[in-house]
Ligand binder design. Sequence first.
Ligand code: S3P
Length: 159
Amino acid sequence: MIFLVGFMGSGKSTVAHQLSKDLGRPYIEMDECIENQEGLSIAEMFSQYGESYFREKETEFLKSIQEDSIVSTGGGVILSEENREILSKSTVVYLKASWHTIVKRLEEDTERPLWKGDVEEKKSRFKERLPIYEQTADHIIVVDEKTPKQIAQEIEVCL
Ligand code: S3P
């Protein structure tokens, strides 16, 4: 299993897709699978049942993955100790994007429940998580200004 972790907007899904094509291994988009299982969008889960409900589903899903695949995780997957423990049994790649890159990419985003409101709040979430991504990762790939193809190739060299 290869888990791609990183902040919202770091390109996890696109890169996972590229890696899956390159390596001929299945691709799993965690958020999308959870949405399908629940029959609700992430935004609906947050607004109807709260973030903690989504986090429970996220951990349940993480535990259920069996197939050796390329997994694109949600940006908050590294927050729980239980999740980090599960991740530590596989290869974890952190797609490290700068704050500037994230802001540029998520400029138009209205879907993500944790990308709303005050810029300082978003920035402090970014700063708080940075060291956790770094500690959880086996490999750190700086993604700013690179294409998904280039990033996937960099990852492939590390494997
Ligand atoms: C979250 C990131 C989202 C999604 C949920 C919570 C987070 O995934 O799992 O909105 O806590 O950073 P992406 O990283 O794919 O946007």
